[in-house]
Design a binder for this molecule. Structure first.
Ligand SMILES: Cc1ncc(COP(=O)(O)O)c(C=O)c1O
Length: 395
């Protein structure tokens, strides 16, 4: 066998999103792109904000000597300082460039953090529904993913967490605004989570790290501000990127934020910088670091995403679908009208609407709709959702 058993297993279990992508391509070939309504991918169709192109042009017109060379593995000091400055404004606690490591997207950031923290068989707790790649990332670094439930609004169950933390627990990995549910955790929840982890760390005699994936933190609606973890737990490490807020997922630019008050800060940061290097990332893309330095307070249009969310949410609930209204990200996570979510998405596929079954996120009985797409696709899909709702007597 030319590939390792681990890779073979991971490929066989595969990702539902990837499967949808491949199935979607077949349908598009068969019926034409315009006749397939693809709500399966989290690949924003929005273009980056105009400020991005201005920065790009400025750099092309006035290149900086040496701008394509190797650099410090943590990234450019001025980029890290710009990120730290913006976070200090948002979070009300003081960050410096020494708390920031630039990475190849949030995905690169999570892998670097896990590589730095995990010993073989250390447990990382995640909550269903979860971003499916979390399992691969944890296994990449010989960790064990322990999946715990959320409540009926997709908020982690702290009572279950309390009972589940044990000697092997190394970290808890959370994600809000959540992919796939769109849930945003409240300050009160984060406070209770922080208290629980502090108490449990004392009890088990080792620090539990909280890793917070904030890839969607700018995408929150109805005037909400996405709360941050930093004022609630010091042993926290945040991972994020500009894939969603600046619509740059192909450019692979993200960063790690290490809480300034975390214990053994320097050793941890040095470990992560080292892991950025030895994972083969070496450093985050140079050009992108330069570009995002002056774009820390810029985002794509949030009202535009909110409008798309409302278009889908209002129409689908009107048809009888049961959905917890998402407060952020660009996904809806409705209940599947059929008990078996895979059967339900097959029904949609027959009518050329592509979505992902909740099973792909550890939550059977639901399905995920991604609305970072154009209105034509959303409206075409809504027609099919209406037919299917009638067929299953919803509403
Ligand atoms: C929750 C979550 N984390 C991380 C990522 C990866 O982001 P990036 O493209 O910045 O690596 C994604 C991508 O969709 C995501 O949904």
């Amino acid at each position: 066998m030319p590939i390792s058993e681990r890779v073979k297993k991971s490929m066989e279990e595969g990702s539902w999103i990837r499967r949808m992508f491949e199935e979607g391509n077949l349908l598009k070939k068969q019926y034409g792109e315009e006749n397939v309504f693809d709500l399966s991918l989290g690949n924003p169709i929005m273009e980056p904000p105009p400020e991005f192109n201005k920065e790009l042009k400025k750099l092309a017109d006035e290149p900086i000597a040496g701008m394509h060379r190797y650099m410090e593995n943590a990234g450019y000091a001025e980029t890290r300082a710009a990120v730290a400055k913006q976070l200090s404004v948002e979070a009300g606690i003081e960050f410096t460039q020494d708390d920031i490591i630039m990475t190849c997207g949030a995905a690169g950031a999570i892998n670097v953090v896990l590589k730095t923290l995990l010993n073989r068989e250390d447990e990382v707790i995640i909550f269903a529904p979860y971003f499916a790649e979390f399992i691969n990332y944890i296994e990449n670094h010989d960790g064990v993913a322990r999946v715990l439930p959320t409540d009926d609004r997709f908020i982690p169950r702290l009572d279950v967490l309390e009972d589940s933390i044990g000697a092997k627990t190394r970290a808890v990995l959370i994600n809000y605004p959540n992919n796939p549910s769109g849930a945003v955790y409240s300050e009160d929840f984060l406070h209770r989570l922080g208290e629980l982890l502090s108490a449990k760390s004392k009890e088990i005699g080792r620090q539990i790290f909280l890793i917070n994936d904030e890839a969607y933190s700018s995408l929150v609606y109805d005037g909400l501000k996405c709360p941050h973890i930093w004022s609630h737990y010091r042993q926290s490490i945040t991972v994020t990127s500009h894939s969603k807020d600046l619509a740059l997922p192909g450019e692979r630019i993200g960063y790690i934020v290490v809480h300034p008050g975390i214990s053994e800060h320097k050793e941890l940061v040095d470990g992560m910088i080292h892991c950025n290097r030895i994972s083969g990332f070496v450093n985050a893309p140079a050009l992108m670091q330069r570009l995002v330095t002056n774009l820390q307070d810029v985002t794509v249009s949030i009202p535009e995403y909110q409008r798309k969310r409302d278009l889908l949410y209002d129409n689908l609930t009107g048809m009888g679908y049961s959905i917890v209204k998402p407060k952020g990200a660009f996904y809806l996570f409705p209940e599947s009208p059929l008990e078996n979510d895979v059967d339900f998405i097959k029904e949609l596929h027959k009518q050329r609407v592509l979505v992902v079954p909740g099973s792909g996120f550890g939550s059977p009985g639901y399905f995920r709709i991604s609305y970072c797409t154009d209105d034509r696709t959303i409206e075409g899909a809504l027609e099919v959702f209406r037919k299917v709702a009638q067929k299953f007597n919803l509403g």
